[in-house]
Design a protein around this ligand. Structure first.
Ligand SMILES: Cc1cc2nc3c(=O)[nH]c(=O)nc-3n(C[C@H](O)[C@H](O)[C@H](O)COP(=O)(O)OP(=O)(O)OC[C@H]3O[C@@H](n4cnc5c(N)ncnc54)[C@H](O)[C@@H]3O)c2cc1C
Ligand SMILES: NC(=O)c1ccc[n+]([C@@H]2O[C@H](COP(=O)([O-])OP(=O)(O)OC[C@H]3O[C@@H](n4cnc5c(N)ncnc54)[C@H](O)[C@@H]3O)[C@@H](O)[C@H]2O)c1
Length: 471
């Protein structure tokens, strides 16, 4: 069959950009389709703006502290439009990395419109029909808004409009004490808003409860109020919004943020018509990220599984390898890291203690050390937190860290869990985003880039692609 491209990628977020860029660097003919802003959620309304807001908030918190280490800072003065400016300057500074121009330079044909799957090899975009033997779906996710009574009649915020706020909320009520609720709750409180977080049961449920307890205590000291319960009803209008919990408690704030998880983007672009199987929340995929139609892959937030930028990037690289080499390439989550950028940070890699005990029972040992035994932490007066190593026998299978810059401590544990420490392995390691540790991976990757995308691998990838088109 005649095809217009070797690979078509739908979605220009972390997952799609990695897949499209990688295939193009192997010399394949790639179409990359993005209907919105290049860079997707992470750049435009996820990681980057949230971490920029966290940084402004940290500065305010430091200034608010009582005399410490012999130094008293002046009380903070928060200029909300200055904070807003910092957030948008951070986005603008990173945007060229994800831009249409950069991906065109790599060799992708970039189309900026809505894509629709027409059959297992055809994607329609802007009146054109593109065809390819391999299609990669990387359409991401959107905020899940639960059917809470009254939700459609009150103004509410999600991550999609939170970073556009041009006035500081007087009292931000947050529905959801997951990652977004905790990161944003602490930040708005530090910048001077009152903050109430409503959440049923454990906060940050995927993390080790001992880590979460340290952050919760810190946020309570800073004045964040936690309410245990489910938001059952909302009412009010701009400036005065009331939330009633299933326990009958009523809370009134000036603004409402809904942060109760994500919904995979799976409708409106032909998945149903093609009969691609869906799971509970996302496209069903196998370990190679193939959908129920095997020449079509789904990677990143749109499929069932963890939703993180470095996971999207990893899955992007994974499909690049499979498409370029023609060899089955499975994802491996045993050293999956993630970090929540509260202060102190909560970092996790591999299994938590609870997961390990459930899977390996008596074979599990856990060792713990608090930061008040660490000389650097003591010298800097930042002793809150601890690290727990989760082991099966003497083999590390997980770690939970809570403390200053905890996310930066994960990288050696990646190597301990995978047993791989060569420069090649480092170049392909899954590293929590965004951390400074990523710079080591970037350099290792730079070392290997001329070899991996050299003339021989390129010829091989083109040969594999040619064969694929013949059969
Ligand atoms: C507030 C917040 C903070 C976060 N912080 C972190 C963090 O610190 N660290 C971390 O690892 N993760 C974080 N995340 C998660 C991270 O942002 C996502 O996991 C990641 O961005 C997903 O990337 P993706 O490429 O899979 O999807 P997306 O970035 O959503 O990209 C999908 C793209 O596909 C496009 N698209 C969809 N349908 C079509 C179509 N039919 N045609 C053409 N284009 C289409 C969309 O416009 C979109 O640009 C955060 C998320 C939020 C909400
Ligand atoms: N640092 C990071 O890596 C980072 C930061 C932010 C977001 N993210 C990504 O974004 C995703 C979404 O974050 P999130 O915080 O929206 O989801 P989440 O899944 O982390 O947490 C959702 C919380 O909402 C609670 N909840 C559900 N229904 C509720 C109700 N009716 N009332 C009150 N609480 C309710 C749940 O119990 C849960 O604790 C994360 O899972 C993660 O993948 C990552």
């Amino acid at each position: 069959m005649e095809y217009s491209h070797d690979v078509i990628v739908i979605g220009g977020g972390a997952a799609g950009l990695t897949a499209a860029g990688g295939c193009a660097l192997f010399g394949l003919k790639v179409a990359l389709i993005e209907k919105g802003a290049m860079g997707g959620e992470c750049l435009n309304n996820g990681c980057v703006p949230s971490k920029a807001l966290i940084a402004s908030a940290r500065r305010a918190a430091e200034a608010r502290e009582e005399k410490r280490l012999g130094v008293q800072l002046a009380a903070p003065q928060v200029d909300w439009m200055g904070v807003h400016g910092h957030i948008h300057a951070a986005i603008a500074a990173i945007a060229p990395h994800d831009s249409q121009e950069r991906f065109e330079e790599m060799g992708c044909e970039v189309l900026r419109d809505h894509a629709t799957l027409r059959d297992r090899h055809t994607v329609e975009v802007a009146g054109r029909k593109l065809t390819a033997p391999r299609i990669v779906i990387a359409t991401g996710s959107e905020p899940f808004v639960p059917p809470i009574e009254g939700i459609d009649s009150v103004p509410y915020l999600t991550n999609e409009n939170l970073f556009e706020l041009t006035e500081q909320p007087r009292h931000l009520v947050i529905i959801g004490g997951g990652v977004i609720g905790m990161e944003m709750g602490q930040s708005f409180r530090r910048l001077g808003s009152e903050v109430t977080i409503i959440n049923p049961g454990p906060l940050m449920g995927r993390d080790d409860p001992d880590s979460v307890a340290v952050v919760q205590a810190q946020m309570e000291r800073e004045g964040v109020r936690f309410v245990d319960g489910k938001a059952a009803k909302v009412a009010g209008s701009s400036g005065t919004i009331t939330v009633t919990t299933d326990g009958g408690e009523t809370l009134t704030g000036s603004h409402l943020l809904v942060a109760v998880g994500r919904k995979a983007r799976t409708s409106g672009y032909g998945l149903e018509e093609l009969g691609i199987e869906l799971g509970r929340n996302g496209i069903k995929v196998d370990a190679r990220r193939r959908t129920s139609i095997k020449n079509i892959y789904a990677i990143g937030d749109c499929r069932e599984g963890p939703r993180l930028t470095h996971v999207s990037g990893y899955e992007g690289s994974n499909v690049v390898l499979e498409i370029a080499t023609g060899l089955p390439t499975k994802v491996d989550w045993k050293a999956l890291p993630w970090c929540t950028y509260t202060d102190p940070e909560v970092a996790q890699i591999g299994m938590t203690e609870a997961e390990a005990r459930e899977k390996h029972g008596e074979a599990v040992t856990v060792v713990r050390e608090d930061f008040d035994h660490n000389d650097r932490a003591v010298s800097e007066g930042e002793i809150a937190g601890h690290m727990k190593l989760v082991m099966k026998g003497k083999k590390v299978i997980g770690a939970s860290i809570v403390g200053h810059n905890a996310g930066e401590l994960l990288l050696p544990l990646t190597q301990a869990i995978t047993g791989k420490s060569s420069s090649f392995a480092l170049g392909g390691a899954v590293i929590a985003y965004p951390t400074r540790s990523e710079i080591t991976k970037a350099l290792a990757f730079k070392t290997w880039e001329p070899t991996v995308f050299g003339s021989l691998p390129k010829s091989y990838a083109r040969f594999v692609s040619k064969l694929r088109k013949l059969f």
